[in-house]
Structure formats: C-alpha cells, structure tokens
Design a protein around this ligand. Structure first.
Ligand SMILES: [Zn+2]
Length: 105
C-alpha cells in the first residue's frame, strides 16, 4: 500500500498544529523532545482514526506484553512489547489478519 509510505506534507499551519499537539502529548505523557516518536505515534493514531487501521486497546499491560482485543474479530491475543515501545504500536491480528494500531496507555 503506497499511501502508507508517503511522507506527510507539512504546511506552516499544520506545523503550528503539530507543535501544539506535541506540547499536549508531552504534557500528557512526560515524553519530551523526541519528534520521531511523537510523529510515529500520531501518524499511527491518525491512520487508525481514518479507518486505515483498526484501533485496538491494550489491557493487562506488563513489562513484556499486553493483552490486545482485535477490533475486527474480537479475538484476544498477547502482543510482546518492550519498555521502549512507542505509545502506539502497529500489529497484525493473528486470527483475522487485520492491521491494528494498539494504543498503550
Ligand atoms: Zn482479528
């Protein structure tokens, strides 16, 4: 899918909006300074919001894994994460193959 690879065009208005979003993100997460991480997270969440990916919520988070319920088929599976995982992680449901964004809260 080529549209997923496209760089995000940023106008000055959008940059201002991004700055605001980044500030909110940093205040909300205490995760500061890393633009790459921030953009990765909001891009994934944006794609989920646009319906390109399903947004799945994680529960029962431990250091190494989270329980994920697929938003497409409702099956539950365990996804491995690391302490360096971003706030939003792209994964594929092992049951139905749906592409999911898991939001780690
Ligand atoms: Zn599924």
């Amino acid at each position: 899918m080529e549209r997923r690879q496209k760089p995000i065009p940023v106008t000055s208005t959008e940059r201002e909006l991004l700055q605001k979003q980044k500030k909110r993100y940093e205040e909300g997460t205490g995760d500061t300074g890393d633009w790459g991480k921030f953009l990765g997270t909001i891009t994934l969440l944006g794609l989920a919001a646009a319906g390109i990916y399903g947004l799945a919520k994680a529960s029962a988070r431990s250091q190494q894994s989270v329980d994920v319920q697929c938003s497409e088929c409702s099956e539950k599976f365990i996804m491995a994460i690391s302490s360096h995982s971003d706030r939003a992680v792209h994964t594929v449901c092992p049951y139905c193959g749906a592409e999911l964004v898991v939001y780690l809260e």
